[in-house]
Write a protein that binds this ligand. Structure first.
Ligand code: PGA
Length: 243
């Protein structure tokens, strides 16, 4: 595991973007796993800048997002489809047919989840997976207690997650209670993982995840077993890490 501690969120985002840029230059048709939420926003802005100023080319890249709320259509402003379009895809030259995001309004969710897994496999697996961490230790929307061998599946969101994500909605009651997420087994098969952690409120959970016991009670702790993991934290988030 490689740990990089940066002064602040801006530096964290720049460091993350440099890693993604290197991987795209090494492999233009990279299969990139993407995350949503507040943390990767700076990374996406930095990538957009690299595309605009240095012609960083996404034409051949393929992307798979970690998760999506059940019941939200792709054009719903709080859906992760919408988030990705607004915060990254519409500003770069990625091809629409190379973008994959779980379909929150799939008629048959079980079947959709299997297709999603198949879609990843068919493209050779994820080369680089971007990850955040929830205050309860979730990765993707894999909440505490999720099996380390889980594949893409439907989940019930924890109350902590609903509370944390309420800031994106008018109020807590609007937050969907269920989501589709890549499983922990799916995430662990990514050839490389890049986790981004920012802010004082993540300090306790990230210390438990990276330096505590490996347990399904802290889903992100599984990453201690990943052979190629980089974690970038800002100083606030790294406060309790023993380095
Ligand atoms: P955040 O979400 O980046 O908005 O803190 C992280 C997560 O829930 O995985």
């Amino acid at each position: 595991m490689q740990i990089i501690i940066t002064k602040n969120y801006e530096e964290l985002s720049k460091e993350a973007a440099k890693i993604v840029r290197t991987r795209i230059l090494e492999k233009p048709n990279l299969v990139l796993g993407l995350a949503t939420g507040s943390t990767p926003l700076g990374l996406y802005q930095a990538l957009i800048k690299m595309h605009q100023q240095e012609n960083l080319d996404f034409r051949e890249a393929r992307t798979f997002n970690l998760d999506e709320y059940v019941g939200l259509a792709p054009d719903h402003p709080q859906s992760y489809n919408y988030y990705m379009r607004e915060n990254l895809f519409k500003h770069i030259n990625i091809k629409k047919e190379n973008v994959f995001i779980p379909k929150g309004i799939a008629e048959n969710i079980e079947e959709f989840c299997q297709q999603y897994e198949y879609g990843i496999k068919k493209r050779g697996g994820i080369d680089l997976q971007i990850l955040g961490i929830g205050r309860d230790g979730h990765i993707g929307f894999n909440e505490p207690g999720t099996s380390f061998t889980s594949r893409t599946h439907i989940v019930n969101l924890d109350s902590v997650t609903i509370e944390d994500n309420a800031r994106f909605f008018n109020n807590e009651s609007e937050v969907p209670r269920r989501a589709i997420t890549m499983g922990i087994g799916t995430i662990m098969e990514a050839k490389e993982c890049l986790m981004l952690v920012s802010g004082a409120y993540k300090t306790e959970i990230i210390a438990r995840a990276l330096q505590g016991q490996i347990t399904e009670k802290v889903p992100a702790s599984v990453l201690q077993k990943h052979p190629n993991l980089t974690v970038i934290l800002d100083e606030e988030a790294a406060n309790r890490l023993e380095v």
